[in-house]
Design a binder for this molecule. Structure first.
Ligand SMILES: Cc1ncc(COP(=O)(O)O)c(C=O)c1O
Length: 339
């Protein structure tokens, strides 16, 4: 954040702000090149995948993915485990047929269903790798014949994965990568050119590939912040180090929840998210005073999502272990006083 703030005043000694440099200058090209090279290196991608930085949030990809990959007569499989997957499936239905192959709403979205089947002719299977709102996460990815499209908005770069197995990966930048306003899209080139519809230029992955993510003015500042964060991840030791830290944070928090009867989580153990722990107070009447205590100790943003309620502690890459230790110690103290 300090580097990003400094670049607003003077970007790399150019005397210009990052907010005013031309996007077709060598200065910005170097930023974009480094961002793309860092993604390639962290994901260990080969030539079959292209890396794009595109406008918008993940919600834009809910539309852009089917527009590019799903023909009107085709069918796409959607595995729905929460609000974001549900929205993605709804958007896809505007472009072709959608088979919802699993929907965990009836069990409160507290587990990831692994026993599902997809239609043989499916153009792709869409999953949400981490359900930000409900606190579930895929820890082993499905092995299916169709290309897998994953919304990784809330756990991108949090752990090493065999990224090359995916047909398409997208992520809004704002959780583990950068500032809101840009999407990372990693797409297998051979999946393009399979639909017959006309695609507006700004929505067409092929045209963005041809233009090197510079078809029009890109979101310069969010790309710059993403580049800095990717540089930081690499300097810290890459995804193996991110995984170690995220595992340690998540284990500590879930152990604390499990050890204190005043709290409970409904999420199935094997599907617990390392990024977002969703839990409740057994006595809902205590929730307000727990949140008040958190706020008093400077722990903000821990109220559960409006549709789920309870508590949600997000532990993205940037959150240090000490912050998790702090909330765990608060939880123990709160339990001792209210148990
Ligand atoms: C998994 C997931 N997908 C999609 C979105 C929507 O992203 P955006 O607000 O960038 O459109 C979010 C936002 O939190 C998310 O967590």
């Amino acid at each position: 954040m300090e580097q990003a703030a400094a670049a607003i005043h003077d970007f790399n000694g150019t005397g210009l702000s990052i907010l005013e440099i031309g996007h077709r200058t060598k200065h910005f090209q170097a930023v974009l090149d480094e961002a793309i090279a860092s993604v390639r290196s962290l994901m260990q991608l080969g030539d079959e995948h292209e890396v794009l930085f595109l406008h918008g949030g993940a919600t834009t990809q809910f539309m852009q993915v089917p527009m590019n990959l799903l023909d009107e007569q085709g069918i796409a499989a959607y595995h729905v485990n929460g609000v974001w997957g549900k929205k993605a499936a709804k958007e896809a239905a505007l472009f072709g047929k959608v088979a919802v192959v699993s929907d965990s709403e009836s069990n409160g979205n507290t587990a990831i269903d692994k026993a599902f089947e997809i239609p043989g002719e499916a153009s792709y299977l869409h999953i949400t790798s981490n359900n930000t709102v409900e606190g579930t996460q895929w820890h082993q990815f499905p092995d299916v014949a169709a290309p897998v499209v994953a919304d990784m908005s809330s756990d991108i770069f949090s752990r090493p994965i065999d990224f090359r197995r995916f047909g398409l990966i997208y992520a809004g930048a704002q959780k583990n990568m950068g500032a809101a306003g840009v999407n990372l899209v990693v797409v297998r080139k051979d999946l393009l050119d399979r639909v017959s519809r006309k695609i507006p230029a700004i929505m067409d992955y092929r045209q963005h590939i041809a233009a090197g993510s510079l078809m029009n003015t890109p979101p310069v500042f969010p790309v710059y912040v993403s580049m800095l964060t990717l540089r930081w991840i690499l300097a810290e030791g890459g995804l193996t180090v991110m995984e170690q830290r995220n595992r340690e944070k998540a284990e500590l928090l879930y152990q604390t929840i499990d050890s204190l009867p005043i709290f409970k989580t409904l999420v199935k153990k094997e599907d617990r998210s390392w990024m977002n722990a969703v839990f409740f107070l057994n006595d809902p009447a205590l929730e307000a005073s727990f949140l008040e205590r958190c706020a008093k100790e400077g722990m903000v943003g821990v109220k559960g999502y409006r549709t789920v309620g309870g508590i949600r502690v997000s532990m993205y890459n940037a959150l240090p272990l000490s912050s998790v230790e702090a909330i765990c110690s608060l939880m123990r103290d709160f339990a001792a006083k209210n148990g």
